[in-house]
Design a protein around this ligand. Structure first.
Ligand code: NAD
Ligand code: ZN
Length: 360
């Protein structure tokens, strides 16, 4: 096995991202940032039976006097609710968690966002250690400090900026991840190449088979490089006043697709983003930015990774446009897109022409 990789995240509240196979059994690593004697493991009903006992055993072995509780929630985006957030708070209260307690968020982005938000709120902020078990969570949601829950009016409308104390990504957990979820994470990995790292795009092309086979070394390298990019961008722009918006490449279209389909059906987030990136590239072409050759390179790469590149049948362009107008980030300034200037370069463009959007 390969040695774990470490990505250091700077800024006001620096932390480290540890990436490698078997890290969930490393009690010394898991407890390295602990300040107190209370730990709450928050996980979902798919992930907890696979990994929660091991995490608990590793914590207990490293710090025998730790008071540990486990809180398990049903799996899925539909569970990222204020009610389940309240359940985490109740679990902290039952545990008697003090100001120096730590939440271990074990699972995908749903657990990370909800448990992270509970950590942001309990006693005005306690530690959270992110233990991401999906590729999407490892390369995206566990890094950067955004936490949130959904309400019926929209996704992620209630939340806080609350950076983790550490991120510990055990790549061995990705072996139990359904292949479709792995590919969804790879869409976000491709996104980093598209917006800031042309060389990474070529590397991804060359390592496609290894990545799809969940090869540890290939995945660790892809995760470390993705996290390095996300960390650098969020460090320079933690509150999304500028550059951080580039991370939304493919997401204006993607969010509209997800919202129009309903979150429980159709494409998952990564798939919607894959189509969204291609539509954003097409739109960029129409506006004289990306070349046709660049756009077809992106299309073939997404297809090689088994990701969709076409809108699902039955989704009407004007319905998607209406959704985009409602997007919380679009409201102040007309339709805002991250447009593409070819591999490794993207820019935020405001007031994008609606006719071109429909044409794309
Ligand atoms: P998820 O948490 O729902 O996980 C996907 C599915 O995989 C779930 O059914 C889960 O139970 C299962 N699963 C997780 N790990 C597993 C494993 N190792 N083995 C088997 N099954 C496993 O979804 P996700 O794609 O990880 O995250 C999506 C969420 O992340 C969304 O709510 C999105 O808003 C959020 N997000 C947040 C940020 C941020 O910056 N905070 C960024 C991107 C996405
Ligand atoms: Zn995304």
């Amino acid at each position: 096995s390969t040695a774990p990789q470490i990505v250091a995240v700077g800024g006001n509240a620096p932390y480290r991202i540890h990436i490698g196979a078997g890290l969930l059994d490393d009690g010394v690593l898991l407890t390295a940032t602990l300040r107190g004697r209370h730990a709450l493991i928050v996980s979902d009903a798919n992930v907890a039976p696979l990994y929660a006992k091991r995490v608990e055993a590793a914590l207990r072995a490293a710090q025998p006097d730790l008071r540990i509780a486990r809180h398990v929630i049903d799996a899925g985006e539909a569970e990222k609710t204020l009610a389940n957030f309240g359940g985490v708070i109740d679990a902290l209260a039952t545990l008697g968690a003090t100001r120096d307690a730590c939440i271990y968020a074990l699972g995908g982005g749903v657990m990370g966002d909800m448990a992270g938000f509970a950590a942001a709120c309990w006693m005005r902020g306690i530690d959270v250690v992110q233990l991401p078990t999906t590729l999407l969570a490892m390369v995206d949601s566990s890094v950067g400090g955004k936490t949130a829950v959904d309400i019926p009016q929209g996704k992620n409308l209630v939340g806080a900026f609350h950076p983790p104390r550490a991120v510990i990504a055990d790549t061995a957990t990705l072996r139990s991840l359904p292949p479709r979820e792995l590919r969804a994470g790879l869409a976000e990995v491709i996104k980093y190449g598209a917006i800031v790292d042309a060389e990474f795009l070529r590397w991804l092309e060359a390592h496609c088979d290894a990545l799809l086979a969940a090869d540890d070394a290939a995945l660790s390298a892809a995760i470390a490089r993705s996290c390095t990019h996300k960390a650098a961008i969020t460090e320079r722009d933690p509150f999304e006043h500028g550059e951080r918006a580039l991370l939304n490449f493919g997401h204006t279209f993607g969010h509209a697709i997800e919202a129009e389909q309903g979150y429980a059906h159709g494409f998952n987030h990564g798939e919607a983003v894959a189509v969204g990136m291609l539509l954003a590239a097409k739109l960029s072409g129409l506006l004289g930015m990306a070349s046709d050759a660049d756009t077809s390179t992106l299309r073939s790469l997404l297809q090689r990774f088994g990701l969709p590149v076409e809108l699902p049948t039955g989704l009407a362009p004007d319905a998607l446009l209406a959704r985009m107008r409602l997007d919380k980030k679009a409201q102040a300034s007309g339709l805002r897109f991250i447009l593409w200037n070819g591999p490794g370069t993207a820019s935020v463009v405001k007031d994008v022409n609606e006719a071109a959007v429909l044409q794309a």
